[in-house]
Design a protein around this ligand. Sequence first.
Ligand code: C2E
Ligand code: MG
Ligand code: MG
Ligand code: MG
Length: 277
Amino acid sequence: YAEKQSDRKVAVYHTQMEEEHKYFLLLESALRRALQRDELELHYQPKIDLKSRQVEGVEALTRWYDKNFKHVPPNVFIPLAERRGFINNLGEWSLQVAAERAKFWNAKLDQNLTVAVNISPTHFMQPNFLDQLFQVLEKTKVDPRHLQIEITEDVVMEKSEQMNATLKAISNVGISLAIDDFGTGYSSFGMLNTFPIDSLKIDRSFVTDIPHDAKKASILEVMIKLGHALQLDVVIEGIENKDELSVLQPFAPEFAQGYYFSKPLPAKELEIFIQKK
Ligand code: C2E
Ligand code: MG
Ligand code: MG
Ligand code: MG
């Protein structure tokens, strides 16, 4: 009897795995289709200059709504596209759309605005990434200074000649580079010092609880000091309330992002947000 019981558990487990597998196959084909039909969208989260309180730039974040799957979060579909080998298509799409936006906004609004694009490590490390990027610059005629690329620490830790050359080429053409989710990966300070990086984005996890946790607050302070020692701009991610802002403001980071200022917004709403500032 015991044996049968465990057989059944295995059977149930198998069915669940199959269901999950099926779900992801359907999700994948829906995502590929959405990409082909240009149904993905970029939302833009303001990055606030803490001195002037103006919007210095925005971060482009991909949004996907599907009739059947409803809102699928990036934390699900980005890893899916990475696993299934089409993150480069998604990344190319987001670069193109973000560059068009940057071009449009810098012509229309009476202030400069940098648009930052997240690029996955696997995409960034592909040999033709630079070609794609330069093609986007050529097609959109965007001023490269109005574009930023966000990569994670792991990319910088990839100690290859190719990586170094890619970072240099991007920097030389005038596009700025930011290290995203800083503090969650494995970069060494020495490495950060040798690459042409402009800005350090400190991960949201280092902000949560700082009003109630003095130790966490000092860790954040040290990380900001580290960024400044490396002569980088420091961006604090994920500020959700006034208390967090009051604790970190004396540490004098240059920029801040978070729901406290604004959620990521559709293009039209972002314009309204900026014009109200
Ligand atoms: P990320 O690049 O670190 O982006 C910040 C994430 O934190 C965004 O989530 C944003 O909506 C969220 N966020 C901003 N402020 C707050 C806050 O105050 N509180 C909280 N709880 N969250 C906040 P989102 O849009 O869901 O994206 C998640 C991650 O997915 C991004 O993290 C990025 O790694 C990835 N991602 C999103 N769009 C793209 C894309 O187009 N390409 C690539 N490669 N990755 C993307
Ligand atoms: Mg980012
Ligand atoms: Mg981040
Ligand atoms: Mg993140």
